[in-house]
Design a protein around this ligand. Structure first.
Ligand SMILES: [Zn+2]
Length: 264
């Protein structure tokens, strides 16, 4: 692959990361993601284009607003770098075709859900809907990566996710009289189930539950909070989904081989 091509993926990733930051800030506040132009959240000064260049402006301004010198949240630079890294990885791994298009849309959506749920404890319906559209669209696109499964495993995946998580929510509400997971988590699981099929959603369910239980209890112990404190679950679902699109299919193949060796 041409070096030039890889540089392009990094720059595209930085630009998409910059847009992702705007959405993370504005979607939960129900503001337009197009207008007004970017401004400092502290002093509200509209940023001229040369202070709005991903990564470079941050470095040049040494992480501070050029006008009020307030520190720029680290999240801005982390999101841009993450986005650039993921774009580089998928650009390197996949040929320039419809698969890459799918990943390049999923990456910013996943990052947005991660940060918005972390901060606001909500998962915007608009983002879930976008994943749903990708999940339906794949049925009409030939030659997609097998990660995006066909109708039958997809339907199973959505049903499994819906009934399992739906059951959990009902259990928590009626039996333990507390809110476990929210409807946002349920909707996200269902569209991911349809997108990645039964194998994929099993992987994501197990991994998010495990990491959520482990990291969640550590946070509760450290924070001295009781078990009724509401914690966002979306970041774990997204973490597991990222791992799935990175190494999931290979991992599933290995486990299948391993299980076959044990049982046959
Ligand atoms: Zn400022």
């Amino acid at each position: 692959m041409l070096f030039f091509e890889l540089v392009l993926y990094v720059l595209l990733g930085l630009a998409v990361g910059s847009f992702t930051n705007v959405c993370i800030h504005r979607l939960p506040l129900q503001q337009s993601i197009v207008l007004p132009k970017s401004h400092c959240p502290n002093c509200k000064t509209t940023l001229p284009y040369y202070y709005n260049i991903p990564l470079f402006s941050y470095l040049y301004l040494q992480g501070k607003c050029a006008f009020c010198e307030k520190r720029i949240q680290q999240r801005y630079i982390i999101v841009e770098l993450l986005s650039a890294l993921f774009f580089l990885y998928f650009g390197w791994t996949y040929e320039l075709n419809i698969n890459l298009f799918y990943f390049f849309i999923l990456i910013p959506i996943f990052i947005m859900i991660f940060y918005i749920d972390l901060k606001h404890l909500i998962i915007p319906d608009s983002l879930v809907l976008l994943i749903g559209l990708l999940a339906l669209g794949k049925l009409f696109i030939p030659n997609l990566d097998p990660m995006f499964t066909s109708l039958y495993p997809s339907t199973l995946g959505a049903l499994l996710a819906g009934s399992f998580i739906g059951g959990l929510i009902i259990f928590y509400q009626y039996v333990r009289k507390m809110e476990g997971m929210g409807l946002g988590d349920l909707k996200l699981f269902i569209v991911l189930g349809f997108l990645f099929g039964i194998h994929g959603i099993l992987f994501i369910l197990i991994l998010s539950a495990l990491s959520g239980a482990i990291i969640g209890s550590c946070l509760l112990i450290r924070g001295g909070k009781n078990f009724k404190t509401q914690l966002p679950f979306g970041p774990y679902i997204i973490g597991a989904s990222f791992l799935y699109i990175l190494i999931g299919p290979q991992l599933i193949k290995i486990t299948e081989l391993f299980l076959l060796n044990i049982f046959l």
